[in-house]
Design a protein around this ligand. Structure first.
Ligand SMILES: [Zn+2]
Ligand SMILES: [Zn+2]
Length: 231
């Protein structure tokens, strides 16, 4: 079967959706330019169509934006906004890199959301509900991990960020930003994307969280996702 949707072609699991049908492209992802079907992409009320992989980056970037706003950055994300300048704190390098996934001043920045609830609006209900449920669970686990010195054997992200830096970035986040960032990790796990395929900042968080298990996620995958490809 020759697939027309880039993510159908790669057999990335898709969201059960009523928008269009699998493998019939309805849009081009505003971030990565891949042509996607309505089960692999989402058009929000903000003028952006994003593929489901870039949707994970959107949540991670939104978490960074919240951290910046909480430090006195702009509270609205208008076009032409200056690049964020965090107070130089531990973790701010990673937070800045997360923000820059949807660069300030770009058209893409208009897709940034203020909360996971805002992200969930318009997404298929079962999918959005489960993302939020597992994100809450992951927030609890991450809070517990960073509350104490990291175990010596905690995995180091393999891409220029240290595990201590990810922990410090986590501490910069308010509860809503933590939910967004955790939700990004949940989505990556759900789709079973290789961390090496992710933008470096998101990859660092995903790899940091790797030892934290989310029981039930695998079972849930088949409830809310549909398989694609020929297998
Ligand atoms: Zn597709
Ligand atoms: Zn994309």
């Amino acid at each position: 079967m020759a697939a027309d949707c880039w993510l159908c072609r790669r057999a990335v699991p898709a969201v059960r959706n009523t928008v269009g049908s699998l493998d019939h492209p309805i849009g081009v992802c505003a971030k990565c330019n891949s042509l996607c079907c309505g089960h692999h992409g989402h058009r929000s009320s903000k003028p952006a169509f994003l593929c489901i992989l870039c949707d994970a980056s959107l949540k991670a970037s939104s978490a960074g934006w919240r951290a910046w706003v909480n430090q006195g950055g702009l509270s609205t994300l208008q076009l032409g906004a200056p690049a964020p300048v965090f107070e130089p704190a531990a973790g701010s390098r990673l937070a800045t890199a997360l923000v820059e996934l949807f660069p300030p001043g770009s058209e893409l920045a208009r897709a940034v959301v203020g909360s996971l609830e805002e992200w969930a609006r318009g997404r298929p209900a079962a999918f959005a509900e489960a993302i939020q449920r597992f994100a809450d669970e992951l927030v609890r686990l991450l809070d517990r991990v960073v509350a104490e010195p990291l175990p010596a054997r905690w995995p180091r992200p393999g891409n220029g960020y240290s595990s201590a830096e990810v922990a410090d970035c986590w501490r910069l986040l308010d509860p809503a930003a933590k939910r967004l960032l955790a939700a990004a990790v949940v989505l990556v796990r759900l789709l079973q994307v290789e961390p090496a395929e992710l933008p470096a900042a998101l990859r660092a968080v995903v790899e940091f969280a790797a030892p934290l298990e989310l029981p039930g996620l695998a079972a849930w995958r088949s409830d809310v996702l549909e398989r694609t490809g020929d297998d």
